[in-house]
Design a protein around this ligand. Structure first.
Ligand code: NAD
Length: 375
């Protein structure tokens, strides 16, 4: 079993989730690659110090170049969006493989530049999106891929949050264009909504966007108020070509969706069958059948991700589990051992997501549907 040495740049919310996933790598049953977190870089002392409790971490640094000069094989980068391009290019320039965080650059030009550098470098590069690795999401993907739903009626792919309903929630870098990007919530939540549809080959040919800015300022944490200038909610009404027909596909990304704490969902409806899955009911898959009578069937799925684990088959999966599965997919694909399993977002898919979000901005500005390039 080869051991892959992993470094993290950005030890905040997501950097810690990666540390958690790698620290329980033994949960993966009969998995072909060993992974170990060995180095962490963060500008903030307190953020770095948290990683000291992980025995395999040998290097803690505030300078990402020091991390890149070490013997890490793979680097995961989880920093604010305005830093993606520079740091991802540095990782590739240092000859390391990269698991990038979404949105893979602050905007379309940044995403194109990262994708071009990834291609030129020959390094293995993928982008993070974990929810499709949940058992229910995998079943929805397989059902759609099997193509037995009849004529497709519509597709909804959504990711909803709700904590921004509270106007006293302090501002952070995700609420400001200079650090989050002009695409706002689409950059925060959009990659999660496109992963399965794009992997099924369902790339929108046109988009009409409804974008909303709801709170324009928030507490700055110092007794004052700070501007909050990013789009908060986005509904992208699109059309995709499937089997010679134009099918409506709606992508929803919302920071203000009442009572939805972190709800990822997908619904695919056809004339003969349908499937829906939501993390609101993490073990439940709904499938539609049209027989003599029409019915929705509810199935409890249990714990069966793409990569077998020691976890009991009847247990419920959650966020840390799909995050571990995503990492398993990343390192398996890197080792040429993904086989037929579902893989992480590719640089091409990430660029296509930015094409969609850039067109959505134009659609919002001009109040019309925008055609998208078909690649
Ligand atoms: N996959 C997911 O489900 C998911 C969820 C949340 C965020 N994200 C993405 O992860 C990335 C980071 O988000 P987060 O929520 O972890 O942010 P965060 O603010 O919690 O953490 C970012 C960290 O980066 C550090 N940092 C900033 N500049 C740095 C630099 N030059 N060198 C080293 N460290 C630096 C900060 O000190 C901070 O600790 C973003 O791209 C975000 O969109 C993904």
């Amino acid at each position: 079993m080869g051991k892959v040495k992993i470094g993290i740049i950005g030890g905040g919310l997501m950097g810690r989730e990666v540390a958690s996933a790698l620290s329980r790598w033994f949960v993966l049953d009969n998995y072909p690659v060993q992974a170990e977190l060995v180095a962490v870089c963060d500008l903030v002392d307190q953020q770095r110090e948290w990683f000291r409790q992980i025995p395999t971490v040998k290097l803690l640094t505030a300078n990402h170049r020091e991390l890149l000069a070490s013997d890490v094989d793979v680097v995961y980068v989880a920093v604010p969006h305005h830093l993606h391009e520079a740091l991802y290019l540095d990782v590739l320039g240092a000859g390391k493989d990269l698991l990038a965080e979404k949105p893979f650059g602050i905007d379309l030009p940044a995403a194109c530049s990262i994708a071009a550098a990834a291609k030129a470098s020959g390094r293995f590069v993928r982008c993070s999106s974990e929810f499709p690795f949940l058992p229910g999401a995998q079943r929805a993907y397989q059902i759609a891929r099997a193509g037995k739903l009849g004529k497709l009626l519509e597709i909804h792919s959504c990711f909803h949050h709700s904590s921004d309903l509270d106007p006293t929630k302090p501002v952070n870098w995700k609420r400001q264009v200079k650090t989050c990007g002009g695409i706002g919530v689409m950059g925060d939540l959009g990659m999660h909504t496109i992963h399965i549809p794009f992997r099924l080959g369902w790339k929108p040919k046109r988009v009409y966007a409804q974008l909303q800015k709801i709170y324009h300022e928030r507490p700055d944490g110092k007794g004052g108020l700070a501007p909050c200038d990013t789009w908060d909610n986005a509904m992208l009404h699109t059309e995709v070509d499937i089997d010679g027909a134009e099918v409506p596909a709606r992508f929803e990304m919302k920071r203000l969706a009442p009572s939805e704490t972190n709800t990822w969902s997908i619904e695919i409806l056809g004339t003969d069958g349908g499937v829906k899955y939501s993390t609101k009911e993490p073990k439940t898959l709904w499938t539609f059948q049209r027989g003599k009578e029409q019915s929705w069937q509810r199935t409890d799925l249990g714990f069966h991700g793409p990569f077998p684990t020691i976890t009991g088959g009847i247990f419920e999966p959650g966020f840390p589990d799909c995050f571990l599965q995503m990492w398993a997919a990343f390192l398996a694909e890197r080792a040429g051992k993904l086989e037929n399993r579902f893989g992480c977002v590719t640089p091409d898919e990430a660029v296509s997501s930015h094409e969609l979000f850039a067109a959505a901005l134009l659609s919002q500005a001009e109040k019309r549907a925008i055609e998208l390039p078909q690649r």
